[in-house]
Write a protein that binds this ligand. Structure first.
Ligand SMILES: C=CC1=C(C)c2cc3[nH]c(cc4nc(cc5[nH]c(cc1n2)c(C)c5CCC(=O)O)C(CCC(=O)O)=C4C)c(C)c3C=C
Ligand SMILES: [Fe+2]
Length: 449
């Protein structure tokens, strides 16, 4: 009976989306509170988490009733019953706002990073039309609405699943569209680092899109629609696919782990920090078209996992400066205890080694330089020597890369114990404009200003 009720509930969920809508459209994201974006989501939808859970609970109860009804009256009765999605599918992060979505919210379980080059002859007007099409589609998908004319069916039955789509411009975009005079100084090419083994074909690009969702079909659907809409104007230059832990996979919300097994993201700037906005977002100065925007540094960093896995747990923890089990700093306390870089052990050694990753990367070691890291793991199979082609799609967000990624990576390049286990294989730097209001499109101030 329990199994029957579960199946009936699923049928009901599948049948819930009305015409022009995908399932579970209007609920707020359960992720939003984690990243301080709850106000954004709540203002937009005015729906509380309690309501979300209440709806899901009611759906469960309705499923039980419907299960009984299916036995008595057949499948039609089940299909017509009102339905609601479970939390993950129904979670919505609004596309419109001061900042683009996909920066301050926690990274989703599935991610696509994709760069496009403009087609020969595609000018500023064509680029503006593309950004207008893309923004409209991203807004519809993020709200759980099916874009007109989309007959792919890829994400039918699923809710928006915290979908975010974030758009950025590479340095080359400005020359190709006659906008060189508007190119921000912050888009100067990144310096060369000794750990770089960059594949130029998988680096840079005129346009960059980051897609994240907690459902893989929802994420792919967005990717496919944007790629189809680019036809004639822009071609995919490179694409990378990543993942994180699925929401609900752990007994309570925890910091995610990377493929080396470490908790990764603990000491990120938090949206509740007083200096979060000034570190991550470009200030509104003199009508700058980048106001409210951010700069994304994207690095495909392969992990030399075979070498890493040979290290003892103690050595691995020393390389990072934190305990693997719970992310606590080796200077003591729990995961969230502030790191004490000055602590000396009884034997006279530093509790956090001189070349420990968290010492070398810390703002205290880099004149306050900080960035928001929002990464996805990747695994693209195994290389000829049997080693995993796996690592981190590192995405760092900052108001100015010269006060974020660049000084920190310079320092890591010289003295980080972790760098022996990493290869930077691809790189990009993108100007990601602020968000837009309904009826507008991302980048409008640049393209029409
Ligand atoms: C240039 C910036 C950074 C790169 C590149 C980078 C790569 C990288 N990092 C890890 C794993 C961890 N990093 C951690 C902390 C941390 N990393 C950076 C910067 C870069 N990391 C910063 C600024 C910090 C925070 C330092 C601090 O203030 O304490 C941690 C510890 C947990 C955490 O705070 O997130 C881990 C683990 C990998 C595996 C990696 C490349 C693949
Ligand atoms: Fe790091």
């Amino acid at each position: 009976m329990a199994e029957q009720a579960k199946q009936a509930g699923q049928t009901k969920l599948a049948g819930q989306a009305g015409p022009g809508k995908q399932a579970g459209q209007a609920e707020k994201s359960p992720r939003a509170g984690q990243a301080g974006e709850s106000t954004r989501a709540e203002q937009h939808h005015g729906i509380s988490r309690r309501r979300l859970l209440g709806t899901a609970g009611a759906a469960g109860a309705a499923g039980l009733v419907a299960g009984g009804a299916a036995g008595a009256f057949g499948a039609e009765a089940v299909r017509d019953a009102p339905a609601a999605l479970a939390g993950v599918g129904s979670a919505t992060l609004p596309f419109h706002g001061t900042h683009q979505a996909g920066i301050a919210e926690p990274a989703q379980a599935h991610g696509h990073l994709v760069a496009f080059d403009l087609a020969p002859g595609a000018d500023r007007k064509a680029a503006a039309a593309l950004l207008r099409r893309w923004s409209a589609t991203a807004a519809e998908l993020a709200a759980g609405e099916a874009p007109k004319g989309d007959d792919t069916g890829i994400a039918l039955d699923a809710g928006p699943s915290s979908l975010t789509v974030t758009f950025g411009f590479g340095r080359s975009f400005f020359d190709r569209t006659g906008l060189t005079a508007k190119r921000p100084a912050a888009l100067e090419p990144l310096p060369d680092f000794t750990a770089d083994a960059l594949d130029r074909k998988r680096s840079d690009g005129d346009l960059w899109v980051q897609i994240g969702a907690d459902d893989s079909l929802v994420a792919f659907h967005a990717l496919r629609l944007l790629q189809k809409q680019a036809a004639g104007t822009a071609r995919v230059r490179w694409q990378m696919n990543g993942f994180n832990r699925s929401p609900g996979a752990t007994a309570r919300p925890l910091t995610g782990r990377n493929l080396m097994g470490q908790m990764d993201g603990t000491n990120n700037p938090k949206p509740s920090d007083p200096d979060f906005a000034s570190r991550v977002f470009v200030p509104d100065r003199d009508g700058d078209w980048m106001a409210g925007g951010s700069y994304a540094v994207v690095r495909r960093i392969r992990m030399l996992l075979d070498s890493w896995d040979h290290l003892s747990l103690e050595r691995q923890e020393k390389v990072i400066g934190r305990r693997k089990s719970d992310g606590a700093p080796l200077s003591g306390g729990t995961e969230t205890t502030p790191v004490d870089l000055t602590k000396i052990e009884k034997d006279g050694s530093l509790a956090i080694a001189g070349d420990a990753h968290i010492r070398v990367a810390a703002p205290e070691s880099n004149r306050g330089a900080a960035m928001l890291r929002r990464a996805f793991s990747y695994h693209d199979g195994f290389l000829d020597d049997g080693a995993p082609d796996a690592g981190l799609l590192f995405v760092a967000w900052q108001a100015d890369p010269l006060k974020g990624f660049v000084p920190v990576q310079r320092k890591l390049d010289r003295g980080d114990g972790l760098s022996r286990f990493l290869r930077h294989e691809a790189s990009g730097l993108y100007a990601v404009p602020g968000g837009c209001a309904p009826g507008e499109y991302v980048g409008q101030r640049l393209l029409e200003g």
